[in-house]
Structures are given as structure tokens and as C-alpha cells.
Design a protein around this ligand. Structure first.
Ligand SMILES: [Zn+2]
Length: 114
């Protein structure tokens, strides 16, 4: 998979770090909000942090699945996909994983599925 595999692993690492940082912040805020001196106070958005925690946990699970797909295709690709010129190309499954990170720098339009 070469370049795509390297780029995908970098995106997975970066997004996992971002997600873990946000999860830690959500957990920190949730703990702070449980302090007795805050009980009964009106704190806008207090209930959102539990949702943020859950979204982060779900995202980490999705990233683990994506990483497993990449691991199963790189360095050896069992799908053995080729283009019309018989050059090895990433299979559609890997291209779909990459599509999840298309907004990030380095994504190449040639990886986009038609
Ligand atoms: Zn495949």
C-alpha cells in the first residue's frame, strides 16, 4: 500500500491522540461538575460532556477497527487489487477508510472512489 498506508497510519495516530485528549477533557469536566459546591447550580451545557465522552469512546472504537483494516492490508495486501495496467492499487475497502480522513492534509484525490 506504500504511501497510502503510511499516510493512513499517521492520520489514525493523529486522530486517536486528538480523541484521547478530548476524552480526558470531557472526563475532567465531568468530575469537576460533581463537586458538592457545584450541586444545584445552573451550569449551561453540563449534560453535554457525558455525550462528548461517549462520542470519544465510540470514535476510539471506530479508529481501532480502521487500524485493523489497515494492518490487514499493509504491508501485504491480501486483496491483490490491480488497475487496467495491472499495477497494484489499494482495494476499495482501504480507499473507503482513507475517505474518512479526506478533510485532512495529504489526502489525494486519486484515492477517492468514483
Ligand atoms: Zn482489501
Amino acid at each position: 500500500m506504500g504511501e497510502l498506508g503510511t499516510w493512513l497510519r499517521a492520520q489514525l495516530d493523529a486522530v486517536e491522540t486528538e480523541t484521547r485528549n478530548l476524552l480526558a477533557e470531557a472526563q475532567r469536566v465531568s468530575l469537576t461538575l460533581k463537586e458538592p459546591r457545584l450541586l444545584g447550580r445552573e451550569i449551561p451545557g453540563w449534560h453535554s460532556w457525558r455525550d462528548v465522552e461517549q462520542v470519544c469512546v465510540d470514535r476510539l472504537a471506530e479508529l481501532a477497527v480502521m487500524r485493523r483494516v489497515v494492518d490487514e492490508h499493509d504491508p501485504t495486501d491480501p486483496c491483490d487489487a490491480h488497475d487496467a495496467s495491472l499495477r497494484t492499487v489499494p482495494c476499495d475497502t482501504v480507499l473507503l477508510v482513507a475517505l474518512a480522513f479526506a478533510r485532512r492534509p495529504g489526502y489525494q484525490e486519486r484515492w477517492r472512489l468514483p
